[in-house]
Design a protein. Sequence first.
Lengths: 79, 525
Amino acid sequence: MINLLPDVKKLISFYYEGFRDMSAWGRKVWLIIFIKLFIMFAILRLFFFHDFLHDKYANDKQRSKYVLEQLTNSTTTND
Amino acid sequence: MIEHFDMSLVDWSRAQFALTAIYHWIFVPLTLGLSFLIAIMETIYVRTGNEEWKRLTRFWMTLFGINFAIGIATGIILEFEFGTNWSNYSWFVGDIFGTPLAIEGILAFFLESTFVAVMFFGWNKVSKKFHLTSTWLVAVGANLSALWILVANAWMQNPVGMTFNPDTARNEMVSFWAVLFNPVAVDKFLHTIFSGFLLASIFVLGISAWFLLKKREGWIAKRSILIAAIFGLISSLTVVFTGDNSAKTISSVQPVKFAAMEAHYYGSENVGLTAFGVLKRSGKKIGDKEIMDFAFRIRIPGFLSIMTGGDKNTYVPGIEDLVYGKEDSRQILSVADKIRQGVFARDVLNHYKKAIMVNDTGQIRVIKNEYFQDKKFLNENFRYFGYASLMKPEDAVPNVALSFYSFHLMVILGFFFILLFIVSVFLLMKGSIAKHRWFLWIALLSIPLAYIASEAGWVLAEAGRQPWIIQDLMPVTRAVSQISASSVMTTFILFAILFTALLIAEVSIMLRQINTGPKHSEDKL
């Protein structure tokens, strides 16, 4: 059996050392990335951006029915 | 059921999507182009072994890293908006978007994320050749990621390779290759990535010019200018070629957009291309839409006809022809006819819906066989399904002034950049570029112009497609979710604050690094 453990260890240490020796601007940029992802997923996604159809309807059949209704109802003067 | 279309909801949803897409597009083109420029610079370093080229590469890699990191995931917000604000559209596009976006996600994650780490953490840890390969793979990966999102966007401009399933109210992909090799997708991909290369070249040129103005980093600045000018010149000439192809394709698949781009109202042969023009109100109207006339323009005689059909006798239909139709040999279908076809398709779908509601299996089978499996119905009626939602024929016309100015601004700036690159090469060859401070200032001030040109291209692509979200199949009014306009307005403001903060962060970190210069760029991300 091939022993992958040394390679995995090398890979982990590659990333570990990379992050450990990061420059000031690199740290700043990573901080911005984490803040941004937090705002996007923990605030915007959770409180503002719900999946409209998934929240409103329990299954795909109901969703299809709803969208079909939206596509075919007559709201214009073309009737 | 929708009682009426809330235009403020549609407008706010569009404004929000436009804001997000415009901000997202600030980060993307620089990533697309700078990745290749860095790969070229590093290749020279590996081939020559000259440490100065390594310093140069690492400096530009730092700026690439800042832009890449700040821009990460800004596109995901667009996907949030699809599900929340554009749920009818998201459902209707079905798996057409799912497949390309899934491929994009996998490519972005594995190719970019893995090799970006090697690019920044791998100096002196992996071999020179492996590092160089990683840099090239980041460039290729970033550009391939762009391919898939552009394929999805091209489908919205020219929906092909799918069939509509009336049971699920979704489009289903029947030919992956038709979607991938959609002529709009091919043109759009090439035009977009080369415009990204052009923007990145201007970015490198401008910052290098700043170094020369400050009498700093002369060696690095001049070599950066040389690489950027040659790469930029090749890219900008390719942009002209792909732009020409793109215009030809638009003239056949989105003729109203094409006519709006040129403010071309009345069809004729031997039509000139407007090289520069200023629009004014004419007082004349097409329906309730005011016709914009030219206060001033410079035309290239016959060139629009040559562009579209190869010779000056090619008839180029104007907005009026496309709205009211032409029943001569040109057989241009009027919008009123398209509305009739669309209403017929909608009525068929309504009958189908009712048959499903009462579980009338016989009727369901008949409608499916007679219509949804009939190519004639699909090609002659269902392809105009979206027209059933238009109130009047003139609604099929996009904002002419916006389309015209965004197109011409992009084109004028594109030709200005070609001149800029040619002069850069010329002054470099003469060995006098550092003495021409006026030119260095122009190069520096061209950085924002490159962004303006790039954004103008997207404004044209999206605003010129209006009123459609999917050309001829779905207008924006049918695509929006029935949520409150005030909630969309709130998130619009939140996004404006978030993205502006991100942009300020990027610009300030980048300016600091530029000011620090290449000497101190032994940093890692």
